[in-house]
Design a protein around this ligand. Structure first.
Ligand code: F6P
Length: 328
């Protein structure tokens, strides 16, 4: 093995830069040349890349975003794109490609591996934490901190006005950020897709809980953390539904892309450093079409399909803590 490539794809996540740095420095340690494709799979199709020497990754570990830029490439699942990408890698004599991204990016890597003779290795980088096979993904911990910081601030004004606030966090179709941020912020209620049946029933249960809280605390602030994509119109619709049924004004807040930014927290930097270094060593050992991750403090290498073929479960006990044990 002489030359490897990296790309960052899909929603960027804090810690991607730390991961790029880890790959580049580990590759240097083993005498490998590194290039970085820009804008995710789009750069691979366009053969848009730059050399990544150790000097290029100096002082990037603390920065959010990705120095390689990211992108979504909707046509990458086609044979035409798979073959074009494989040819471009071959033209540059790339022996292994490292893909830092989420589920969609891993599907792309799997697709590419059908046409490419070299090795493809996925590194989990997404704030959503919805990748099976690894306990956490790079970026997840920072997103929780960012959400928590905002929820704490909303709580101050909610408390001053004794208002109901509904705060929508990201996660695509997974409730990891919502549940963690809700527990950490001592939110009164959380609604996550993994534990949400009929939304009307969910709203009725919430109102019942709200009334129980008022009976115990008197009129007070009430904070609900919800995942995005729960229902059309999201948290705005939800706030209207609750207001109509209770005749109490509810304020919706959408945290949005702020959760993707910022300097990565230490857990994300450490995870990025470990997985980046480990991925290079796994490539040198000859692994292909795999993802790397960390499970129970052990580094793991798994077939890349595991990441999307199994649904990663929420921590059931944390859900019980939030919804049953600490709920008044
Ligand atoms: O996958 C990361 C993520 O931030 C999700 O949480 C969110 O649903 C999605 O990306 C938003 O994507 P975009 O930035 O393309 O709107």
């Amino acid at each position: 093995m002489k030359k490897v490539a990296i790309l960052t794809s899909g929603g960027d996540a804090p810690g991607m830069n730390a991961c790029i740095r880890a790959i580049v420095l580990t590759a240097e340690h083993y005498g490998l040349e590194v290039i970085g494709y820009k804008h995710g799979y789009n750069g691979l199709i366009e053969q848009e890349y730059k050399l990544l020497a150790p000097v290029n990754v100096n002082n990037i570990g603390q920065r959010g975003g990705t120095i390689l830029k990211s992108g979504r490439c909707v046509d990458f699942h086609t044979e035409e794109y798979g073959r074009a990408a494989a040819k471009n890698l071959l033209d540059l004599d790339i022996d292994a490609l490292f893909v830092i991204g989420g589920n969609g990016s891993f599907r792309g890597a799997h697709h590419l591996s059908k046409y490419y003779n070299g090795q493809v290795i996925g590194l989990p980088g997404t704030i959503d934490n919805d990748i099976s096979g690894t306990d956490a993904t790079i970026g997840y911990y920072t997103a929780i901190e960012t959400a928590l910081d905002s929820i704490d601030k909303v709580r101050d004004t909610a408390d001053a006005f004794e208002r109901i606030f509904l705060i929508e966090v990201m996660g695509r179709h997974a409730g990891f950020i919502a549940l963690s941020a809700a527990v950490a912020s001592a939110a009164d209620r959380v609604i996550v897709p993994e534990d949400c049946g009929d939304i009307e029933v969910e709203v009725d249960n919430l109102i019942e809980h709200l009334q129980a809280v008022y009976r115990v605390r008197g009129l007070s602030s009430y904070i609900v953390v919800t995942s995005e994509n729960l229902l059309p119109g999201g948290v705005i619709t939800l706030a209207n539904m609750i207001s109509e049924k209770t005749e109490i004004e509810c304020r919706p807040v959408i945290l949005g892309h702020v959760q993707r930014g910022g300097s990565p927290v230490s857990q994300d930097r450490i995870l990025a450093a470990k997985l980046g270094a480990y991925a290079v060593e796994q490539a040198i050992e000859g692994h292909n079409a795999v993802m790397v991750g960390e499970h129970n403090n052990q580094l793991v290498t798994l077939p890349i399909e595991v990441s999307w073929q199994q649904q990663k479960p929420l921590d059931k006990y944390l859900l019980k803590v939030q919804r049953q044990l600490l709920n008044l």
